[in-house]
Ligand binder design. Structure first.
Ligand code: GDP
Ligand code: MN
Ligand code: MN
Length: 250
């Protein structure tokens, strides 16, 4: 197996609505068939205009109540509520389900790496975003690359945020080891590896969180894998969600 090469895409400007991210990436790195590009959701959203001035948001009664409770700007809280399909926890921070299946703190709404007084929403359909970016890169370069759209997310049980995949294209989210045998011949019964999250995690490390200016990371020579795309638990499978909902009635 060849060594995996990881390259941050440097020299991208501040992204504005209307920017062609695929073209901007292809101007700065050479891609090959089978490469994987991780892109921060923040810049995808900025390029598509999934942003809003706080000044244009009128907080509802619920937003006012949660803003008071959590010590946040009511307009920001309203943006979070607007992005959410189901509020799982209200305090000490809002944890919610987004329509595309992701559960995240403050619905992934960001106020960093954008002008003052603006919020950035997660892309409404990150799977489509990943496919779109892959298709656009194919048109420009003739090369077929996989794409992962990432966001920095907190986790249960552990301090610290890591990169998570919220959309992907060109491979399955999960590498399924079930039915495989280990070094001692034992059959694996449970192991499903969330490969897209692992790659997103390392991409996030290369990106950094603040002013690094590296929203895209290229991976070369990742070995292929097979599995499935059911990354998100269904409502019935998700024990944490069920218990939180029960413990935190709103
Ligand atoms: P998120 O994890 O998707 O919420 O994105 P972050 O705000 O953490 O940014 C990830 C990386 O992209 C960091 O290196 C940022 O400095 C960089 N970044 C964010 N916005 C821009 C931009 O408009 N242009 C460039 N060149 N880099 C950006
Ligand atoms: Mn984010
Ligand atoms: Mn981040």
């Amino acid at each position: 197996m060849e060594n995996i090469i990881v390259t941050g895409v440097r020299g991208l400007p501040l992204i504005r609505a209307g920017d062609n991210i695929a073209a901007m990436i292809c101007e700065r790195v050479t891609v090959e068939d089978g490469d994987i590009i991780s892109l921060a959701s923040t810049v995808y959203s900025k390029s598509k205009g999934y942003t809003k001035p706080l000044a244009e948001i009128t907080p509802s009664a619920r937003a006012l109540r949660l803003a008071e409770l959590n010590g946040e700007d009511p307009r920001f809280v309203q943006a979070v509520l607007d992005a959410s399909q189901d509020i799982i926890m209200e305090h000490p921070f809002i944890l919610s389900l987004l329509p595309f299946g992701h559960i995240g703190v403050r619905a992934g709404v960001d106020q960093s790496n954008i002008d003052d007084g603006m919020v950035i929403f997660l892309p409404p359909d990150p799977m489509k975003a990943a496919t779109e970016l892959s298709d656009e890169i194919k048109v420009i370069t003739g090369k077929k690359v996989g794409v992962i759209i990432t966001d920095t997310c907190g986790r249960s049980f552990r301090r610290g945020q890591t990169g998570h995949a919220i959309g992907w294209s060109g491979f399955t989210a999960i590498r399924d080891f079930r039915g495989d045998t280990d070094l001692f011949g034992h059959e694996l019964k449970i192991t499903e590896e969330a490969v897209v999250d692992e790659i997103a995690g390392f991409a996030n490390f290369v990106m950094g969180e603040s002013n690094n200016g590296v929203p895209a990371v290229l991976f070369r020579n990742c070995p292929p894998w097979t599995g499935h795309d059911s990354l998100y638990f269904t409502k019935n499978e998700d024990i944490t969600r069920r218990l939180l909902k029960k413990a935190c009635p709103s």
